[in-house]
Design a protein around this ligand. Structure first.
Ligand code: NDP
Ligand code: 13P
Length: 321
């Protein structure tokens, strides 16, 4: 399978970082955006100032407003924007490998990103890239390891090899559903951990929440058909830990604002959009998910994280599982 020509759709922080990773891996990369000024910045100044500051970009990256002929497409727009971004390019994606990178579930349909892709372009071949990876780290060439999940082992390894570089390591996996769900749901817990820190409830409380979040995440994903081993890997524990403990995470920061009793800024926080979807899915499947319920309460704005945590602490004691 020829995978030389890579196009990244979405010229935000993550799309630009992934374009950089693919360029470092030796691919010819087109970074497709919708803002002419950003595309001009990429082509003229070799940077994407609006989304990645002064990070110099590889000469192998060309900015464009239109998707060119490609061997591999990476989609890197926010989860709620994926359907709109895919529609105009649906025909061009037929039979192509498409790597999905947004960590969120679609609001109106409760669908995963790969389900959205199949709706829009039924013969496109979905892959899911997830794991602990901040755009600034990947773009700067700091060591990063992620999971790439696909349905065909040989083809997934080929896509992983096409994107791998000296500082960007992709582990091929076959549990596409589990990887996708773990990536979307961890943002909800990251928001909760941020809120605990924002309210000054202490590192012990945050670690307790993180550990219980891991148990709840595992329970949910396995019940929805994912594999338990995915949860102990990069896309599960790896990403959950990163997002729940780092002020670099937008979801954590969003939660921290809520914890401090402030209104969060306009920054993208996929967890705030995915939390109600996660609750609906858990309710439909009759899965007990007290932490997802708690984050939804917090987002509802009628109670504080301190009161929510007190409520969780007073739940009847049971065995830890
Ligand atoms: N940033 C990170 O470190 C990581 C992010 N991710 C995931 O990547 C996704 C995107 O995040 P990130 O890149 O950081 O977000 P940004 O806000 O930096 O960028 C989002 C980009 O998507 C573009 N966009 C939005 N809507 C559309 C649309 N309808 N059609 C075409 N383009 C559109 C925006 O264009 P415009 O600029 O014109 O508004 C912008 O360039 C999120 O789901 C996140 O979970 C995953 C791992 C790491
Ligand atoms: O998913 C991410 C890191 O793996 C990015 O997280 P945030 O969207 O919370 O910044």
């Amino acid at each position: 399978m020829a995978l030389e020509r890579v196009a990244v759709v979405g010229a935000g922080a993550w799309g630009t970082a992934l374009a950089q990773a693919a360029a470092i891996a030796g691919r010819d990369v087109t970074l497709v955006g919708r803002d002419p000024a950003a595309i001009d910045d990429i082509n003229r100044n070799r940077r994407n100032s609006a989304h990645l500051g002064h990070q110099p970009l590889s000469d192998r990256i060309t900015g464009a407003l239109v998707l060119p002929d490609s061997d591999l497409v990476i989609l890197a727009v926010p989860a709620q924007a994926s359907r709109a971004a895919l529609k105009p390019i649906a025909a061009a994606l037929a039979h192509l490998p498409v790597v999905l990178t947004a960590k969120g579930l679609e609001h109106l349909t409760l669908k995963r990103q790969s389900e959205v892709l199949v709706d829009v372009s039924p013969t496109a071949i979905p892959y899911v890239l997830s794991g602990p990876s901040f755009a600034v780290d990947v773009a700067a060439g700091r060591p990063t390891a992620v999971t790439l999940a696909g349905d065909n082992a040989e083809a997934t390894s080929a896509v992983a090899a096409a994107l791998a570089g000296p500082t960007f390591r992709l582990y091929a996996a076959d549990d596409r559903l589990g990887v996708e769900l773990a990536g979307a749901l961890k943002n909800v817990y990251a928001l909760g951990c941020g809120a605990v820190d924002g309210a000054g409830l202490g590192a012990s409380a945050r670690s307790a929440l993180l550990a219980r979040a891991f148990a709840e995440l595992t329970r949910l994903v396995v019940r929805m058909g994912g594999s338990a081993s995915t949860l102990t890997g990069l896309a599960g524990l790896g990403d959950l830990t990163l997002s729940c403990t780092s002020t670099q995470s937008r979801n954590y920061r969003y939660g921290a604002s809520l914890g401090r009793g402030e209104s969060p800024g306009a920054e993208l926080a996929e967890g705030a959009l995915t939390a109600p979807v996660a609750k609906q899915l858990a309710d439909q499947l009759l899965i007990d998910a007290p932490l997802i319920d708690a984050v939804n309460l917090l987002l509802g704005g009628t109670t504080t994280i301190t009161d929510i945590v007190a409520g969780l602490m007073s739940r009847p004691l049971k065995r830890e599982e």
